[in-house]
Ligand binder design. Structure first.
Ligand SMILES: Nc1ncnc2c1ncn2[C@@H]1O[C@H](COP(=O)(O)OP(=O)(O)O)[C@@H](O)[C@H]1O
Ligand SMILES: [Mg+2]
Length: 166
């Protein structure tokens, strides 16, 4: 297991700034999670290799779904949930922040348990992960090793002749 608890947000973000996506789901719901997952996939596919992108989307989806299922805003409402994705120096960093200060409780799921496997997945597929709890909420983060892909060149696409043009 590679779990690390880091209190200092800037220390894990400082090396990771080549690409950046920040998004928020208001009153987290399944449609919002679905939309954000799609948006994240299309963004990450422009940054990094397909394996790293799909692992990161899978794990992000677990964390977003957890926030939706388990976290509560102070009045007991559904929480607003924020996602931050950063890429640089060979790894993706994803953070999911919700307003519920209670930490998650990863546990060993039994063979027949239908729930309780989210953190098993994160443990198995992330390079590192951790939780940063504060009075006003918490951030659960993970990193995944990733290779940069060349960005598409607008010039090349625009210069290509139109097929069938007279
Ligand atoms: N964002 C969260 N806020 C509060 N508690 C959480 C959060 N995410 C997870 N938890 C707690 O951690 C437990 C383990 O999460 P997980 O392994 O994903 O299992 P599951 O979601 O299937 O219960 C959850 O059952 C829940 O009690
Ligand atoms: Mg879960």
């Amino acid at each position: 297991m590679n779990t690390t608890i880091l209190a200092d947000e800037s220390s894990r973000e400082k090396e990771c700034r080549k690409h950046r996506l920040r998004a928020e789901i208001k009153h987290a719901d399944s449609v919002g999670v679905h939309r954000l997952r799609r948006r994240l996939m299309s963004e990450l596919m422009r940054w990094v290799d397909a394996d790293a992108a799909s692992i990161s989307v899978l794990l992000s989806s677990e964390l977003l779904t957890n926030a939706m299922k388990h976290a509560r805003a102070p009045g007991g409402d559904r929480p607003d949930v924020a996602l931050l994705a950063l890429y640089g120096d060979g790894h993706l960093l994803i953070e999911v922040t919700d307003p519920d200060p209670r930490p998650p409780c990863p546990h060993q799921a039994g063979e027949d348990d239908e729930n309780g496997r989210g953190f098993d997945l994160i443990d198995a597929l992330a390079t590192e992960w951790g939780v940063c709890c504060q009075a006003e909420g918490k951030t659960i983060w993970f990193t995944v090793a990733a290779q940069s892909v060349p960005s598409p060149s607008r010039g090349l696409v625009e210069d290509r002749p139109l097929s069938g043009a007279a």
